[in-house]
Design a protein around this ligand. Sequence first.
Ligand code: FAD
Length: 542
Amino acid sequence: MPAGSDADVLVVGAGITGIYQLYRAREAGFSVQLLEAGGGVGGTWFWNRYPGARFDSESYTYGYLFSRELFDEWEWQEHFAGQPEIERYLNHVVDRFDLRRHMRFDVKVRSAVYDEVSGRWTVTVDDGTEYHAQFLVAATGILSVPYFPEVPGRDAFDGEQYHTGLWPATPVDFAAKRVAVVGTGSSGVQLIPVVAEEAASLTVYQRTPHWCTPLNNRPITADEQAKLRADFEAMCEILNTSAAGFLHTPHDRATFDDAEDERRAFFEAMWTSPGFSKLTSNYTDLLFDPAANAEWCRFLAEKIRSVVQDPKTAEKLTPKDQRYGEHRPPFVTGYFEAYNKPNVSLVDVRETPMLRVTAQSIETAEGERPFDIIVWATGFDFGTGALLRMGIRGRDGLALEDHWADGPATFLGVQTTGFPNFFFPGGPHAAAGNNPRYNGDQVDFITDTLMYVRDKGYDTIEVTAEAEERWTSMVDRWANKPPSFGKSSYYFGSNIPGKPRRYLLNAGGRPKLFTEIDRVRDTDYKAFVLSRSGNVSAVRAL
Ligand SMILES: Cc1cc2nc3c(=O)[nH]c(=O)nc-3n(C[C@H](O)[C@H](O)[C@H](O)COP(=O)(O)OP(=O)(O)OC[C@H]3O[C@@H](n4cnc5c(N)ncnc54)[C@H](O)[C@@H]3O)c2cc1C
């Protein structure tokens, strides 16, 4: 086997989580190495370079907060930056902190095997090179394995085909082309208005309509830039403690506290508010009272009807069996307006199922439509997709796929029992909301834990079954709040045939994470078994 490096901490994944983990581990004095399947830095923002790809977290709340200098020197251009700016930012961070020399690109981890005698991991990549490490940290992302639906003939198509999550680095030319976009989730609805401007014709194949609302993006003015810098500490205080990791101020009223005209005015204000504030600053009972949720949805349905000129199309674009927040809400710019263009049409595949792809066309129950380009905006194997494809083997050869056959079991969304010295920040059971904030909390906790293990003279650390059970049952319990929400969203893995319907986020959010982390510290890491490798008698008495 070709020999790779030997490191204290081996990180997999060069997204926003892996970069931060690499930085923190190196600053803590560990020798480090990072492996990345892609050809560059960025993770999500390396792979999803489709036209229209952008944040729906505010740029300055998504970026790193660990360095005041970094925050001061990077001026985000827009409240919700587009993919090119985000990719530039992450590359800037890597170079500014001299992290690139620890990174290897174009290497996909195929297996990671724990050796109980040495207490170390052997990680093998696709060219057969082996890496060895005491601690393995898989920052492999929750939305990093693109999913293609099983449509017969997909490989037989002679034209160009793309997945939004595997977009090529060279621009795709839609001009004068007949284009199909399959899927109207968060990526599809960002892409569709851009393609509608360029293509000769655009046919959108929709399975599930979503409650899309305006992103309300705009450039950051010079005054706002100055204020962001002046308010840095106050902003960090909010971002480091808020449940969902956003700056948005929670509302203090419930839906039916207001009279109808006040409610209408509030909903209008929500409609013009930025991004996720429609969820985080809306009426307090939005997610908990089905009648309150229905009131907001009625307002949104009216908005769709007021924008989309063709009533039949408007009807198809309006969700019928979905509460707001039950699925990941997409935020859009010119999405509904795109359907008023003469070159854009919508096919509802629930009414007219997609039968097959042929060499030149997509065939539904209504017949064939010829295309030059098909774009699959069909999402990801959410939550566990990357981890379950890494060939991870723990104690006694235990396969992670077997351990998680009924869905993931974790402690804090960072460790699972049977896999000592293995961590997975930004994986299943993390939290929900503005991703880097709670993934960052996990990285901070992992780094503190690695230092604890080292400084106390231990070699291995593994979460107890009891702690794993406590956290996992909390996740499952909170998944049923609100009880009116079904399990039809990808949060439950429902877009992947055969995947167990288990909740893959942590609806208890950061408050639960913080409480449990405090408990770990207060009880001197009682949730874990610590040992010196090869010396069973040195296992700490619990
Ligand atoms: C289009 C899109 C828009 C989004 N917008 C937002 C947003 O506005 N706000 C928000 O909070 N979240 C958003 N998200 C969620 C987003 O995934 C997270 O914000 C964040 O990028 C996750 O970072 P990460 O480092 O944990 O994972 P990723 O960015 O997914 O990085 C994981 C990396 O691991 C690598 N990897 C995986 N398996 C292997 C392997 N076996 N070997 C080697 N390398 C491997 C992958 O190639 C990838 O580069 C968005 C997601 C998508 C897809």
